[in-house]
Write a protein that binds this ligand. Structure first.
Ligand code: PGA
Length: 243
């Protein structure tokens, strides 16, 4: 399968900065297209300018977070209905910052994945262990729990992407070693097969940079990356995709 390069911008960029980024990215894309699928996850306030910048470019975008229902009394949340109406095609579900800073529950990830698939959009389900969980030998247990919860109501055959992101490697500069990534990806890939989602691409995320992307992409079962910090500059994000 073609690799997927997903950019998680988190809470970064003004509309002007996003516009400049996309102008440069699309112009470089027209000269030399990235060999793979590119999906941007800008903050919700930038959805409209993202859509304007990316329409007809072949590049896709989505939400960093959505709520479990389409509408209602949920102050501060994002609706999948709005996302879809505005041209978004994907949404992150269960990113570790949602889980650990904002109390995202496993049960919510179940509903979010199902809702997105039901609306014809692609969930990008994020799973991964914290450092204490890894150090106490619970890496597989945590990944299994989060994967099973996220996929509990998912439909086999409907669009789905999974990202393994060890929490201790996110935004820390501490990238997981090739053998740690290989081990976790083999475990998650087996579980995906067992659960009936053998076709789902499995991305790695956590301090992916141009200088480690090449080695990581060679690891079996690594089908692309979810990139945070290094996706904020056109040069470094393209260098990852070209690695
Ligand atoms: P990072 O973030 O690349 O800055 O570590 C990855 C992520 O949070 O998805």
């Amino acid at each position: 399968m073609l690799p997927i390069f997903a950019a998680n911008w988190k809470l970064h960029k003004t509309p002007q900065e996003a516009k400049l980024f996309f102008e440069q990215f699309v112009s470089e894309q027209n000269k030399s297209p990235v060999k793979g699928q590119v999906v941007f996850f800008p903050p919700a306030a930038l959805w409209d300018c993202t859509h304007q910048a990316l329409k007809n470019s072949g590049l896709q975008w989505g939400a960093q977070n959505i709520w479990t229902q389409l509408q209602g009394a949920f102050t501060g949340e994002n609706s999948v209905g709005t996302l879809k109406a505005m041209g978004g095609t994907h949404a992150l579900v269960g990113h570790s910052e949602r889980r650990h800073l904002f109390g995202e529950k496993d049960e919510w990830t179940t509903e979010k994945v199902a809702l997105l698939q039901g609306q014809g959009l692609t969930p990008l389900l994020c799973i991964g262990e914290t450092l204490p969980e890894r150090e106490s030998g619970r890496t597989n247990e945590v990944n299994e729990r989060q994967l099973r919860a996220g996929l509990a109501k998912a439909v086999a055959g409907a669009p789905l992407i999974v990202a393994y992101e060890p929490v201790w490697a996110i935004g820390t500069g501490k990238v997981a070693t090739v053998s740690q990534v290989a081990e976790a990806h083999a475990f998650v890939r087996n579980l995906l097969r067992e659960l009936g989602f053998a076709q789902a691409p499995l991305l790695y995320g956590g301090s992916v940079k141009p200088d480690n992307a090449g080695d990581l992409l060679k690891v079996q079962d690594v089908n692309g990356f979810l990139v945070g910090g290094a996706s904020l500059e056109v040069g470094s994000f393209r260098a990852i995709a070209e690695a």
